[in-house]
Each structure stands twice: as C-alpha cells, then as structure tokens.
Design a protein around this ligand. Structure first.
Ligand code: FES
Length: 107
C-alpha cells in the first residue's frame, strides 16, 4: 500500500517528514543528499522518535535520546546502546511526489 508523504519541491535537503500509518506505526522519511529514506519512527532501544534525531555524515540518523546511530538506508544500528535494526520501507518518487510503500500487513 502506498502512502503519499509530500511533494519533492516542498521538501528541503536534510529534513524529515512523518507519516502516521496506524496507531502502531509511524514512519520517518528523511531527505539526504537528494535521496529519500524511510524508517520506522521508533528507535529500537527505547522507542524514541528518530524523526527528532540529528542527521549525521549524510548517511545516518542519531537517536535524540541516547545517541545510537542508524544507517538510513538499511536501518542497521551503527552504535550502542541500540543493537537491533529499525525497519525500513521502500520510497518511490513519482510525478514530483514522494510515497512510501507499506506492506498490507502493517497498514
Ligand atoms: S531510545 Fe534511542 S538510543 Fe535509546
């Protein structure tokens, strides 16, 4: 299932948008280096909103609570205290709009 996030034109570099898919799932979509990355907006350590984290080194987001870093492309943790990955989602850019593809089972 596709969720529309925002138009490309209205989305500055190094910024984030969020999508509320359900009560249990919010997705953070980051624009970095002209690309878009979608991750579950919940740190795997203690559930902090990664959308409030800092984008670092053009590839990662730093959790706002305890500083774990996650790879934007894969969701893998790159530093403690997180040890588990965060789920990622495919991003589609079509006709100037950004969409996230969410499996039916999660939508
Ligand atoms: S909640 Fe993210 S590192 Fe602790």
């Amino acid at each position: 299932m596709r969720w529309r996030v925002a138009p490309v034109d209205a989305w500055p570099e190094e910024s984030v948008r969020t999508v509320e898919v359900s009560e249990d799932l919010r997705i953070a979509v980051f624009r970095v280096g002209g690309r878009f990355y979608a991750l579950e907006d919940r740190c795997s350590h203690e559930d902090a909103p990664l959308s409030e984290g800092e984008i670092v080194d053009g590839c990662c987001v730093k959790c706002p609570w305890h500083g774990a870093r996650f790879d934007l492309a894969t969701g893998r943790p790159l530093s403690l205290p997180a040890v588990l990955p965060v789920q990622t989602f495919p991003v589609i850019v079509e006709n100037g709009q950004v969409f996230v593809e969410v499996p039916e089972t999660l939508a």
